[in-house]
Design a protein around this ligand. Sequence first.
Ligand SMILES: Cc1cc2nc3c(=O)[nH]c(=O)nc-3n(C[C@H](O)[C@H](O)[C@H](O)COP(=O)(O)OP(=O)(O)OC[C@H]3O[C@@H](n4cnc5c(N)ncnc54)[C@H](O)[C@@H]3O)c2cc1C
Length: 302
Amino acid sequence: MPLSPGQLEEIEAQRNQTAPTRRVVAPGMEAHLYTAHPVLDHGFVRVIDYMGDDAAICQAARVSYGKGTKSVQNDEGLIRYLMRHWHSTPFEMCEIKLHVKLPVFVARQWIRHRTANVNEYSARYSILDREFYIPAPENLAAQSEVNNQGRGAALEGEEAARVLEYLKADSARAYDHYEEMIGQDGQQGLARELARMNLPANIYTQWYWKVDLHNLFHFLRLRADAHAQYEIRVYADALCKVVADWVPFAYRAFEDYRLGAVTLSAQMLACLRRMLAGEAVTQENSGLTAREWREFQAVLAD
Ligand SMILES: Cc1cc2nc3c(=O)[nH]c(=O)nc-3n(C[C@H](O)[C@H](O)[C@H](O)COP(=O)(O)OP(=O)(O)OC[C@H]3O[C@@H](n4cnc5c(N)ncnc54)[C@H](O)[C@@H]3O)c2cc1C
């Protein structure tokens, strides 16, 4: 577990505090509050705060004076309708604030999602921990032969051992030099903001990340997808479990209409209609490019 006994104690103290409130609370989310869910070898995600629940989405959609709930069944139907028809603003009424610990190369992908509020641990002010992401052997994969932006089977034997050794040794050496450069025993000590530049992208950073549910779903749609890089996908998967407990109706609608859904182009839809009418459609007579045809076939075969 990546947390020290002192940090675990602080979290436990937070978990033990309660306050009476008139605000809506989501029981599923209360259970997650502050708990650190481990991800990768040193990372985690934990919920620091949240606002709203399934009923809050309906309340906003109906611009209601009361709780917004007509009946549980009505609420789920309304949420599914909103999701199906891209009426997205009611989902923005729910928010979540997370504490995330993640390798820098994962953070670079994550930060591209601009519709969130971020505050990152300052490596100008503080000293970074000696914690590096080292992939488990089954995730030490070869370059994919069919996809430039993907990976193939796991490396094996002597090559796997050598690569692992490089990753560990290079990380350790870079950190040793980092420590030595900022150390002040008998020297001025290089500024932390400069010394960090020789650290590799597998070192861990941390941030607080606040986002509304609509934009979180957009993030999860892209990053929990099978094509997303494994190292960010595992964070998205952990978050999917949290969101499923927080807003179960909205999450189910998201799974059905986004995560498990596909987009067909006009040409693909035309092909599908011709197939359903019994016509033998091939790539040559489909009007699709070879790559589009492959992707279309993959959708049909799934
Ligand atoms: C599989 C995959 C591969 C990728 N490969 C690359 C790559 O090779 N190189 C690379 O640079 N990036 C890459 N990305 C990142 C990608 O291009 C997006 O930057 C990232 O997914 C964030 O998506 P977003 O902009 O929709 O999200 P957000 O920034 O959260 O924005 C959400 C939505 O808000 C709107 N929006 C936000 N800001 C603006 C703005 N300034 N102007 C207009 N509209 C805005 C857009 O509609 C946007 O979709 C990749 C992403 C994925 C999932």
